[in-house]
Write a protein that binds this ligand. Structure first.
Ligand code: TPP
Ligand code: MG
Length: 556
C-alpha cells in the first residue's frame, strides 16, 4: 500500500516520525514505554495505530516478530533507550535468523546531556545481533531514516532499529516535503522463470532417479505451488515432505511423509533415508531440514528456489539448481517430464499404511503414575481442537511432540524456531492473536519456557485474548535433563518440580486447570470453548519419554 503524508511546519520530531511510521502502513505498535519512546508511541497510537503494551521489551519485539510472520507485514515495536533496548537482544537475533522484517523505534540518550544514567552505545549491541542500526541525528533526514528503516526491513527481511536521542525528538521540524513510503522505491519484478538448460538437468536427474522425494518449504506457500509439488511427486511415484514451518501441507496426501529433518516421524525418517533424488522446492535445505547432514548423504538434490545459496549451514545445499519461482520451476519440470516414468515409483499400499499410522514414534517407556505420556497428550489435544484453530509451537524438548499435530494447514501453524531461544511462546501467541483477532489460539509450550516470561499472562488477560495455553509440564528443563543424563552429569539446576501453574494462571486472572489423565481433555475443552476466556492447562507429562532427536543426541 502506498500512502503519503505532508509534514506541517512546527511539527515535533516525534510527531513527524510517528506520521512516517503510519505512512509505512503501521497498524499495530508493540511497545513498552519509557522516556525515550513515550512521546513517539503516544503520537502514533492517538492517530489510530493500535498500541499493544507488553511487560518486557523482549516480549514486545517477539510479539511484533510473530505478528509480522502471521500477517506478512513489517512488525513494528518500540522500546526506550538503554535498558529498554538491551532487553531486546534475543528477539532481534531471532528475527535476524528467521528473516523477519521488523522496525524497532528506540530512544537514545540525550545528546546534549553531559551524563545520562541510561546511556549505552546502542549501535554495536544491535549490529552484533545481525540487525541494522540507524542513528537518527539529522533533522533534515529525520523522516528519511524511517523510509530507510522500512526499506531495509522489507528488502533484506531483517530487523532494523532506529534510535533517536530523546532531546532531538522534542525539536521542531521545518515544513517538509510529502513523505514517500519505502514501498514506492522497491522494484517490482515478474516471477523468476527457470533457465531451460537447468530444467533439462533436473529432468534428467529425476528420470535417472529412482526414489524421489519432493520437499516443500515456505517458498511453496508463497508461490502457491502445492499442487505442482503433488503433481511432480505423483508423476514419478514419489513421496512428499515439508520443512517444519510448512508442516501439515501434505498431511491429506497418502504419500505425505510429514516433516523432513530432526522432527521427522519414524516412518517419514525411514523413507527419507531411502531417497535417491530430492527435489527441494522453496527451501534453503538448511541444517534442520537435512538433520545436520544425517539425511540425504548419497542423494541427488535438485533445488528450486528464488535465492539458491549453494553453501548452507556449512554444507553444499544441492547438486542441481533451478533459479526460479517455485511454481514456475515446477511447471517447467512437469512440462518436460516424459510420460514414460514408472508412475508407481516406490509407492505401495504397505508404504501408505506405514505413513497413515498416526504415531510419530512408538518407542516404549516405563509408565509413571499421575502423569500422561506427552505423545498421548498431544494426540488428545489434536482430537479436541478444531483443525482450523491457530496453533503456536514453542521450544524445548516438548516442541517435537507439539510439531506432530496432524491435518492442520501451515497457515494455521505458527512456529519460529530460529536462534533456539526458549521463553517466546506467550509472546508469539499474543502476536498471532493480534494478527488474527477472529481466531482462537492454542499455544503448546514447555513449563520452563512459560516461566521465563510468565509476566505476559497479564498481557493476555488485559487484552482479553481467546488463548488456550497447553503447558507440557515435566517439572524441568527437559531438553537439558535428558542430555545431562545421557552425558552422565548431574541434572541439578535443571529440575524444578511441576509447581502449580494452574493457580499461577488464576492469579493473573486467567482460568487454569491441572491435567493428570487423558479423560480430562474433552470436558475441559468444552468448558474452554463455551467460556471463550483465556485458560492454561497445566498438563503433567512423564519426564522419561524422550524424542528421537534427543535419543540421537544420546548416541552421539
Ligand atoms: C533463552 C534460552 N535459555 C536457555 C536455553 C537452553 N534450553 C534449551 S531447551 C531448555 C529447557 C526448556 O524447558 P521447557 O520449556 O520446560 O521445555 P522441555 O525441554 O522441558 O520440554 C533450555 C533451558 C535456551 N535454548 N534459550
Ligand atoms: Mg519442561
Amino acid at each position: 500500500m502506498t500512502t503519503s503524508t505532508d509534514i506541517a511546519p512546527d511539527t515535533k520530531v516525534y510527531e513527524a516520525l510517528a506520521s512516517a511510521f503510519r505512512a509505512e502502513d503501521t497498524d499495530v505498535l508493540f511497545a513498552l514505554l519509557g522516556d525515550g519512546n513515550m512521546h513517539f508511541a503516544s503520537s502514533l497510537t492517538t492517530s489510530g495505530v493500535r498500541g499493544v503494551y507488553a511487560r518486557h521489551e523482549h516480549c514486545a519485539c517477539a510479539m511484533a516478530t510473530m505478528y509480522a510472520n502471521a500477517t506478512g507485514k513489517v512488525g513494528v515495536a518500540s522500546v526506550t533507550c538503554g535498558p529498554g533496548l538491551t532487553q531486546t537482544m534475543t528477539a532481534l537475533a531471532t528475527a535476524v535468523q528467521a528473516g523477519i522484517p521488523l522496525v524497532v523505534f528506540a530512544g537514545e540518550s540525550p545528546i546534549k546531556a553531559a551524563f545520562y544514567n541510561q546511556h549505552i552505545d546502542q549501535a554495536p549491541l544491535v549490529v552484533a545481533t545481525g540487525a541494522h542500526y540507524i542513528a537518527g541525528r539529522s533533522l533534515e533526514r529525520m523522516t528519511d531514516y524511517v523510509r530507510d528503516a522500512f526499506f531495509i526491513a522489507r528488502t533484506e527481511r531483517r530487523p532494523v532499529v532506529l534510535g533517536v536521542p530523546l532531546d532531538v525528538q522534542q525539536l521542531t521540524l521545518a515544513a517538509q516535503a510529502r513523505y514517500r513510503p519505502s514501498t514506492d522505491f522497491i522494484p517490482q519484478f515478474s516471477k523468476d522463470l527457470p533457465n531451460p538448460d537447468d530444467v533439462d538437468k533436473a529432468v534428467d536427474a529425476i528420470k535417472a532417479g529412482g526414489k524421489v522425494v519432493v520437499i516443500a518449504g515456505k517458498g511453496v506457500l508463497r508461490s502457491g505451488a502445492e499442487t505442482e509439488c503433488e503433481q511432480l511427486a505423483d508423476a514419478c511415484g514419489g513421496m512428499l515432505a515439508t520443512t517444519l514451518p510448512v508442516r501439515g501441507m501434505f498431511d491429506h496426501h497418502p504419500f505425505g511423509l510429514g516433516i523432513s529433518g530432526g522432527y521427522a516421524r519414524a516412518a517419514g525418517r525411514k523413507l527419507l533415508l531411502e531417497a535417491d533424488v530430492v527435489v527441494a522446492v522453496g527451501t534453503s535445505l538448511n541444517n534442520f531440514t537435512a538433520d545436520s547432514g544425517k539425511l540425504f548423504k548419497n542423494t541427488k538434490i535438485i533445488q528450486v528456489d528464488t535465492r539458491p545459496v549453494g553453501l548452507k549451514h556449512g554444507r553444499k545445499a544441492a547438486d542441481i539448481y533451478l533459479h526460479a519461482d517455485a511454481k514456475e520451476g515446477l511447471k517447467a519440470i512437469l512440462n518436460r517430464l516424459p510420460s514414460v516414468l514408472p508412475a508407481k515409483g516406490w509407492r505401495s499400499e504397505a508404504v501408505a499404511a506405514e505413513i497413515a499410522d498416526h504415531a510419530a514414534d512408538r518407542t516404549e517407556f516405563v509408565s509413571q503414575p499421575d502423569v500422561v505420556d506427552p505423545r498421548d497428550a498431544v494426540a488428545a489435544i489434536d482430537r479436541v481442537i478444531p483443525k482450523d484453530w491457530e496453533i503456536v509451537n514453542s521450544s524445548g524438548h516438548c516442541a517435537y511432540f507439539a510439531a506432530q499435530l496432524r491435518g492442520r494447514r501451515p497457515e494455521n501453524f505458527n512456529v519460529i524456531r530460529e536462534f533456539g531461544a526458549i521463553g517466546n511462546g506467550l509472546s508469539y501467541a499474543i502476536g498471532v492473536a493480534v494478527a488474527k483477532p477472529d481466531k482462537t489460539i492454542v499455544l503448546l509450550d514447555g513449563d520452563g519456557s512459560l516461566m521465563m516470561h510468565a509476566q505476559e499472562l497479564e498481557t493476555v488477560r488485559r487484552l482479553g485474548l481467546r488463548l488456550l495455553i497447553c503447558v507440557l509440564n515435566d517439572g524441568a528443563y527437559g531438553s537439558e535433563i535428558h542430555k545431562m543424563h545421557a552425558d552422565g552429569i548431574s541434572d541439578e539446576g535443571a529440575v524444578f518440580g511441576r509447581g502449580d501453574l494452574a493457580a499461577m494462571a488464576r492469579g493473573f486472572g486467567l482460568r487454569g486447570a491441572k491435567i493428570t489423565g487423558l479423560d480430562q481433555f474433552p470436558m475441559l475443552f468444552e468448558a474452554f470453548r463455551d467460556t471463550g476466556q483465556a485458560e492454561l492447562w497445566d498438563i503433567h507429562i512423564a519426564d522419561n519419554v524422550t524424542t528421537p532427536v534427543m535419543r540421537a543426541h544420546a548416541h552421539k
